[in-house]
Design a protein around this ligand. Structure first.
Ligand code: GDD
Length: 410
């Protein structure tokens, strides 16, 4: 892969947000044949081998909720074999057991490809128990099960990635129509870690285009409707601290993103669709030095947020205007309720939310938040998870040996 080094950087405390990096070449050859390589170039070349090394240490979490099997299979097909895939399904169990159908399809897929796949159901009572017994009750509802939601599935996926000893965790939605795009995202995650370092790094993808049919022809929109709104407000927040207007943030609610696991364990999460926006907010809260009482020491390294512009068009299931409004509202609520948001920005947000009809009884509801995963008794959690996986019907979990590629928890 060949991509440009970031041209701009915004620094807030220990947080470095890099400007959007453009990909020039998806494939730029192996180490032993460094095709067109110049040390002084502003374009960095990352060989197959370097990408491979990172991918081997990366888990890709695929959240699923009642998606079409053809789409899920296409997504799995785009994930490089050297990664470990963790499918976190919250699909319905009755009247039709969609999870059972997913199990069959994914089991077959794993047999054909040898891809290492861990498939779990978000509502598995034993997984709920594992969280509760390891001291992370916040994720559990009153029936002892993990709560619904994509963010909640992501939290589960992140801890499973840590439990199987990965260094990086990346996320890819399961409703993507283009396996080639999925493959590109994973390569870009690997390229981001290669360029920015293996610790305290966050890689976020901005799609170059999102195709739509308009007046009977294809139109390649540059920005999603919720992304524009989230970016605008996050950039304003940053400008208010730096004193300079900025457009640095292009990935305010990027569903496609990857983190080094140390960072993933060290940040708070917001529920539902606020999750990606709150990543920015919480990283600034913790490492930006803006609220001294909440300031965390990120170790010797700064927290780096790297934004990469992908080349494949992003085509996913379209879920309607109401869904877009829900995402904007959730993102803005996460910003509104942060202690780092200045009063004048809160007032401007309130006015816009009122105009858009996002207030409930005149109030801006809080977004549910989850504390950093570091609070969990991780030793206990991994023992419980290993026990669950060893007792699956298929009894296939053996630390993902090469001959046993799939593990399905119940
Ligand atoms: N495990 C799990 N649990 N997965 C879920 C759940 C759940 O409760 N709810 C949704 N998912 C899965 C979906 O099956 C899909 O693969 C993925 O999460 C994204 O959910 P969508 O509802 O399809 O979101 P979207 O495609 O409209 O929005 C995406 O892009 C936004 C940025 O434009 C998401 O990635 C958003 O998080 C992102 O902000």
């Amino acid at each position: 892969m060949r991509l440009e080094i970031p041209r701009e950087t915004e620094r807030i405390g220990a947080v470095q947000i890099y400007g959007l990096q453009k990909v020039y070449e998806l494939d730029s050859g192996p180490d032993h044949e460094a095709i067109f390589h110049r040390e002084d170039s502003v374009i960095q070349r990352i060989s197959y081998e370097s990408l491979f090394q990172v991918e081997k240490e990366m888990a890709i979490v695929v959240p699923v909720k009642d998606e079409r099997l053809k789409l899920i299979e296409g997504v799995l097909c785009g994930i490089p074999n050297q990664c470990t895939t963790i499918v976190v399904s919250n699909s319905e169990r009755s009247p039709i057991d969609r999870f059972q159908i997913e199990q069959e399809a994914i089991r077959n897929f794993a047999k054909f490809t040898g891809q290492k796949i861990l498939l779990v159901h978000q509502k598995d009572p034993l997984l709920g128990k594992a969280f509760a017994e390891s001291g992370y009750e916040e994720l559990i509802d009153d029936q002892g099960l993990i709560r619904n939601g994509k963010a909640e599935g992501m939290i589960l996926g992140t801890l499973l990635a840590k439990a199987i000893g990965k260094k990086f965790v990346g996320f890819v939605d399961s409703d993507n129509y283009f396996p080639g795009a999925v493959n590109e995202y994973v390569k870009e995650y690997a390229a981001g870690f290669n360029m920015c370092g293996e610790t305290n790094t966050f890689v976020r993808i901005s799609w170059q285009s999102k195709p739509k049919v308009q007046d009977s022809s294809l139109y390649f929109a540059k920005w999603g409707r919720s992304t524009v709104q989230t970016n605008r407000v996050l950039n304003r927040l940053i400008s208010m601290y730096s004193g300079f207007e900025t457009e640095i943030i292009k990935t305010g609610n990027a569903g496609e993103h990857a983190l080094s696991l140390d960072l993933a364990m060290d940040i708070d999460y917001a529920a539902g669709y606020a999750v990606e926006t709150y990543h920015f907010v919480n990283i600034l809260e913790r490492f930006g030095g803006l609220i001294p009482e909440q300031q965390k020491e990120p170790g010797r390294n700064a927290v780096k947020i790297c934004q990469i512009q992908s080349r494949n068009p992003h085509l996913h299931e379209v879920k309607g205007d109401e869904h877009v409004d829900d995402m904007i509202s959730a993102s803005w609520r996460a910003i509104y309720h942060s202690d780092i948001t200045p009063q004048s920005l809160k007032e401007a947000l309130r006015a816009e939310m009122e105009e858009r009809g996002y207030l409930i009884d005149g109030e801006i509801p809080q977004v549910k938040r989850y504390p950093a995963l570091n609070k969990i008794n991780f030793q206990k959690f991994s023992e419980l998870v290993e026990e669950i996986l060893q007792n699956t019907d298929e009894n296939l979990f053996q630390g993902f040996s090469d001959t046993l590629p799939i593990s399905i928890a119940r």
